[in-house]
Design a protein around this ligand. Structure first.
Ligand code: ADP
Length: 197
């Protein structure tokens, strides 16, 4: 049973790594970005409320995002563990998540931070824009998302570092190598915790 969170700037490969890590640890990955995107394409009420924020590269307001996660975390498939991808990414969301988990008697085991230089991130975004055509993969919107990451999400990383559960992984290489490095780092961290180091 393991509860993980993955944090990384746009273009860091967070979604790809989340899927691989979830498979390795045998837990479901929950991506707030993906849930929002599928709601937008299905034109649900949530999707209609979130669409303009996604397209502009802004955060969806906390009340919508928190409600979405609160509903999802009580689903039966997450009771034996999960990997959260893309949430929390603001300090108030960290507090919300703390409250949600505490009410279930849960806590996070480790937080994986994927980092890569901005130039690498932008280059990947350009490639993804050509391949996938995500509406928020334009240079301007990407820069806005990156700027928001540096301004807001950095604080989230600091909070978890302060709690001693942050595992930093270099996300600038090839996807398979990064997955291997992340698995090694998380397992080493968990072993260290078990043995009290
Ligand atoms: P990226 O990491 O490239 O920004 P995501 O798929 O994680 O991609 O998120 C895409 C978009 O979904 C974000 O730009 C934002 O609009 C919205 N979103 C996802 N997670 C959150 C969150 N925790 N809080 C607010 N908005 C979010």
């Amino acid at each position: 049973m393991i509860r993980l969170l993955i944090i990384g700037p746009p273009g860091s490969g967070k979604g790809t790594q989340a899927e691989q890590l979830a498979r390795h640890f045998g837990i479901p990955a929950v991506s707030t970005g993906e849930i929002f995107r599928s709601n937008v394409s299905e034109e649900t009420e949530l999707g209609n409320q979130a669409a303009s924020y996604l397209d502009g590269g802004d955060f969806v307001p906390d009340h919508l995002t928190n409600a979405l996660v609160r509903d999802r975390l009580v689903d039966s498939d997450l009771q034996e563990g999960f990997l959260l991808d893309g949430y929390p990414r603001t300090a108030p969301q960290v507090q919300e998540l703390d409250t949600m988990l505490a009410s279930q008697g849960f806590a996070l085991d480790a937080v994986i931070e994927l980092h890569a230089p901005d130039a690498v991130l932008e280059q990947r975004m350009r490639r993804r824009a050509a391949d996938q055509g995500r509406s928020d993969d334009t240079v301007d919107v990407f820069r806005r998302r990156l700027d928001l990451y540096h301004r807001e999400t950095h604080e989230v990383v600091s909070v978890y570092a302060g709690r001693g559960i942050l595992v930093s992984v270099d996300g600038s290489g090839e996807p398979g190598d990064i997955t291997g490095a992340a698995i090694t780092a998380v397992e080493k961290f968990l072993r260290g915790r078990l043995s009290g180091h």
